[in-house]
Design a protein around this ligand. Structure first.
Ligand code: IVH
Length: 684
């Protein structure tokens, strides 16, 4: 192909892919199958690799990231990024309304919007193309994170249509949808990494990653809520929002024009509960004067506009006394402090425990023993302590001293420079770490020996029957039958007894026997190698299909596997180099676990049984992990989408699915199917 031909084809492919993306993200419509789409993208990528100088910064191939930034250059905002004044009551809001009325003569309208709780971003477009994405920073200057921004699929790289100003800026909020956040935390839990506190922290942490490929995998999204140009291209904010939507931006359709304060108050009331159905956390409402001329008339204070205000919903919070701090040691040795509280009612549930994250958090909050603390339930599932009522501090109370030795084994804790957590380094001798690894080995997505769940591992460990995973395969009827133990159920506080009767023992031995059939990727995951979660294990097995090959794999071999980076590779090498691990592995091979997988079976058989159908998956499933189900759906021609809309074909519902999703699906008349029904559709 000549260079000229390549240039023509690149431009043709780019235009086609930009168009398909627009249809998909703006109109939820797929003109081609996923496969065809991937083929177009691959052809484009190949041409761009061959003719490197023809690769344009806004090529659709840049969505997958790839470039690695050393540090982000600081740039000055053309229009400063201001903050908003806050109000918490109807009265404050009336005051705002009166101030506006005093300045403006004649009629005016407001636009009410959600106050999205993500990370503010400023996007510059020139001649219809994204040229720059910058964080808020201090409001005057921020970090240029354009490469990371390009990976966000709901931020258009090229605009749709023609009627846009030559240069303008868009303001919006980058966020991690709840569904992505939950999946990311599930994955982190799998590999024994600390959980991320909330979607906002996850989004801001992700935006600052230096490898844009990694950013792309985190699947951030963005809502656009502001437009700026000189001269101003529109009369009103609402017109600007409509134009942004038309050009391909993701504008949440939750905004509403209100012409009276009463309408504003109705909007606030409506969204106080409805906001929990949105894919992102919100913490209030933003009220903006609609006309840009009237905005100018109202002007600005030093920090914020006089034409807009945020109405914040009250966080659900309660005050209670701190009874004690418990330190939990996880499978990887990470120590997490948990506050034990005088039970208190909060948003419909009794709260007895709250997460304290780490030593820095305890210092930041300046918690003393026996303090009255405030607990809040925000976007997170676990309540958190947000402050201390110092007026109620007891005279004899002392600042909380963080532990310096492991609460379980007494080993001095270590804290690596730059890490928030303390760790117990006694990996092989610390009981909760040993038990945690055993629990992981038997867990559902690993060897699935769930008949050993619920406290039974504790019993086996205490009796000295199991300390490493290979010991499970030495268990016999004689060793197990008749064992028993009383323990306190953490949830109910009641004393319960575990006892190994005939039926329990039969079930355990049968499940252990059956686990020998578990495929290699699950076995690899079960070994509990740090950073090797179930997804990573599957990826590894697809490329390195036996334990022998994996043992011999060099650093280069490992990082050659797609999505396996430096950190995972080093962790795998370290694990195999340890003689104790080698001995465990040898024993597991002898008892007959699966340590290889045919490459052909590692790839799921393709079919087009689900072609043209879209799916949302929610909840916890019996037979497969969520990711396995997603793989099955896409391997059979179906498409995963992130949110429930009218056009959705099926909602696959598991256990513990969010009530909001269920309600929405019911409201829209979406077909709700179980895991089994999905497998039947595919013909499994
Ligand atoms: S308008 C001049 N609209 O709130 C005012 N901001 O305190 C510009 N935010 O950093 C902001 N949702 O990140 C606006 N619908 C919305 C918003 C919103 C969230 C954030 C934004 C900004 C902060 C202002």
């Amino acid at each position: 192909m000549t260079e000229q031909e390549a240039a023509a084809r690149i431009s043709e492919l780019s235009a086609r892919i930009h168009h398909l993306n627009y249809q998909y993200y703006q109109n939820s419509h797929s003109e081609v199958s996923d496969y065809e789409f991937d083929m177009l993208l691959e052809e484009l990528n190949n041409l761009e690799t061959q003719f490197a100088h023809l690769r344009l910064p806004n090529s659709p191939t840049q969505r997958v990231g790839g470039s690695v930034t050393k540090s982000f250059p600081t740039v000055v905002h053309k229009y400063p990024m201001l903050s908003l004044g806050n109000t918490y009551s109807e009265e404050d809001l009336r005051e705002f309304h009166n101030r506006v009325q005093k300045v403006l003569e004649g009629d005016y309208e407001y636009v009410c919007e959600q106050k999205f709780d993500g990370v503010a971003i400023s996007l510059t477009y020139r001649n219809g193309e994204l040229v720059r994405g910058v964080t808020r920073g201090d409001g005057t200057r921020g970090d240029d994170i354009t490469a990371n921004v390009r990976t966000i699929k709901t931020i258009p790289l090229k605009l749709h249509g023609q009627d846009f100003p030559e240069e303008f800026e868009v303001r919006g909020e980058v966020f991690m949808p709840f569904s992505v956040f939950e999946a990311l935390n599930a994955e982190r839990e799998d590999i024994g990494e600390m959980l991320l506190a909330n979607p906002r922290n996850a989004a801001s942490g992700t935006l600052k990653l230096q490898d844009s490929g990694q950013v792309a995998r985190r699947k951030l999204s963005c809502y656009a809520y502001g437009f700026l140009s000189t001269p101003m291209a529109f009369e009103t904010h609402a017109e600007a929002l409509a134009a942004l939507k038309k050009w391909g931006f993701n504008v949440s359709d939750t905004y509403q024009k209100c012409s009276t304060l009463e309408e504003v108050l109705t909007y606030i009331k409506l969204w106080e509960t409805k906001r929990f159905e949105l894919p992102i956390a919100t913490d209030g409402i933003v009220i903006k004067v609609n006309s840009f001329n009237q905005q100018e008339e109202l002007g600005y204070t030093a920090k914020s506009p006089r034409w807009a205000i945020a109405y914040k919903y009250k966080a659900m919070s309660a005050a209670t006394r701190l009874l004690n701090i418990q330190y939990q040691v996880g499978r990887t040795g990470a120590v997490t402090p948990v506050a034990l509280l005088q039970p208190v009612q909060l948003a419909g549930t009794t709260v007895k425990r709250a997460s304290l994250h780490n030593a820095n958090e305890i210092l930041r909050l300046d918690i003393h023993t026996g303090d009255v603390v405030y607990v809040e339930k925000g976007g997170e599932i676990i309540p958190k302590i947000t402050g201390v009522d110092k007026s109620q501090r007891l005279p004899e109370s002392q600042p909380v001293q963080y532990l310096d030795t492991c609460p379980a084994c007494g080993t001095p804790l270590v804290r690596t420079e730059g890490e928030a957590h303390h760790y117990c380094p006694n990996e092989k001798g610390c009981p909760p770490q040993i038990k945690g690894k055993l629990e992981h080995f038997i867990s559902r997505h690993a060897m699935n020996i769930m008949s050993l769940g619920e406290g039974k591992i504790d019993l086996l460990f205490e009796k000295g029957l199991v300390t490493t995973p290979d010991h499970f395969y030495d268990l016999t009827h004689e060793k197990l039958f008749g064992l028993s133990k009383d323990y306190v159920d953490e949830k109910t506080g009641k004393i319960r007894t575990i006892s190994f009767g005939q039926k329990t023992v039969d079930n355990i031995l049968a499940a252990i026997q059956k686990s020998k059939e578990a495929p290699f990727d699950r076995v690899l995951f079960a070994l509990g190698i740090r950073f090797v979660g179930s997804t990573v294990a599957r990826k590894l097995v697809q490329h390195i299909s036996s334990i022998e090959a994996l043992k011999q794999a060099s650093y280069e071999d490992l990082i050659g596997v797609p999505e396996i980076g430096d950190r995972i590779a080093l962790s795998i090498l370290a694990w195999f180099a340890d003689p104790d691990n080698q001995a465990i592995l040898k024993r597991l091979q002898e008892v007959g676990l699966q340590f290889s997988q045919e490459k052909a079976t590692a790839h799921i058989t393709q079919s087009d049984k689900l072609a043209g159908l879209t799916f949302v998956i929610s909840g916890v499933f019996e037979q497969h992990s969520r990711e396995e189900l997603q793989d099955l759906i896409t391997a059979n021609g179906g498409k995963m989408v992130s949110s429930i809309s009218k056009k959705l074909s099926y909602l696959v519902a598991g256990d513990k699915m969010g009530p909001a999703k269920l309600e929405k699906a019911n409201e829209l008349g979406i077909k709700i199917i179980s895991e089994t029904e999905l497998l039947t559709l595919i013909g499994h």
